[in-house]
Design a protein around this ligand. Structure first.
Ligand SMILES: Nc1ncnc2c1ncn2[C@@H]1O[C@H](COP(=O)(O)OP(=O)(O)OP(=O)(O)O)[C@@H](O)[C@H]1O
Length: 268
């Protein structure tokens, strides 16, 4: 496959081929003798919210790290906007990373900066915007996540839910095309989880983009996702529209999405 001038893939006879925003092809990854990803394939739906579910230790966070270019696959391809991120040079990879917003589990805020400066950080680092422009954007984002009156506070002075919202504001501040969430609901009570889910839906509605959430919360998956992927033993065992996933006849998918103890998944 070759890439046309506008980045659209073109097949050898000239017909444009569909390029996904984000795709992984036959990705393998081992740590020592431990095989984590064993030929993972996923074409993420563009401009949609996909949730990835799967048992603990099955490689969901490892997948996120591959997508954002923090881990290199042993084999296979990570395609972002139709380009294999390990076949481009470091400078291009760096440019591609700017099109991502990532919300890590604990918000990954800098403890030495207040919420305003944490949110402003990507703009100050990656753009040549003046402080007035930065202030306007950051204030807008903090308002959207309900933190406009806490912008002067430091991460250790606010609740876990507020840290997540601040992390979300920071993830969105560069208008990313892709937003990755690694367990956004971890450590939140059910009401805060539900409010955060509403916020994710509202922000996606407003700004669009290809969103990927990794979660253990089945209710979150049902509420926010357009598509659900289920990973087990390093492979995708199901990927499709949310309702289809929840009606899957596959015994593992059924067990996992219903949280049932009976089924192929045990404690091992
Ligand atoms: N850098 C690393 N070095 C060695 N092993 C690693 C590394 N990163 C991840 N692993 C291992 O890979 C496996 C998958 O880890 P990962 O964090 O992706 O799981 P997960 O599906 O996100 O789990 P959870 O749902 O519990 O967060 C785990 O057994 C983990 O210990």
């Amino acid at each position: 496959m070759v890439t046309g001038m506008n980045g659209t893939a073109v097949d050898p006879i000239g017909a444009p081929e569909r390029v996904h925003t984000m795709e992984v092809r036959n990705v393998h990854k081992s740590f020592g003798s431990f095989d984590v990803l064993k030929g993972l394939n996923l074409e993420f739906a563009d401009n949609a919210i996909t949730t990835i579910l799967g048992p603990s230790g099955t490689g969901k966070s490892v997948l996120i790290k591959h997508l954002v270019g923090l881990l290199e696959p042993d084999q296979g391809e990570v395609m972002i906007f139709g380009r294999d991120i390990w076949k481009i040079d470091e400078r291009e990879r760096y440019e591609l990373r700017k099109r991502f917003g990532v919300l890590f589990q604990d918000g990954a805020l800098f403890g030495s900066m207040n919420i305003f400066d944490n949110t402003a950080f990507p703009l100050r680092k990656h753009t040549d915007m003046g402080e007035d422009e930065i202030e306007a954007i950051v204030n807008q984002r903090l308002k959207e996540v309900g933190l406009e009156r806490s912008s002067y506070k430091y991460p250790n002075e606010v609740s876990g839910g507020m840290r997540k919202r601040a992390g979300f504001a920071r993830a969105l501040v560069m208008n990313p095309d892709i937003v990755l969430f690694d367990e956004p609901d971890s450590g939140l009570d059910p009401v805060r989880t539900s409010l955060l889910n509403d916020l994710i839906l509202d922000m996606h509605q407003e700004y669009r983009g290809t969103y990927l959430l990794v979660t253990h919360d089945i209710r979150t998956a049902r509420k926010v996702s357009d598509y659900v992927g289920v990973i087990w033993k390093g492979k995708v065992v199901h990927y499709g529209p949310t309702e289809e996933a929840f009606n899957s006849p596959d015994p593992f998918v059924r067990q996992f999405l219903s949280g049932d103890s009976a089924g192929p998944l045990g404690m091992d």
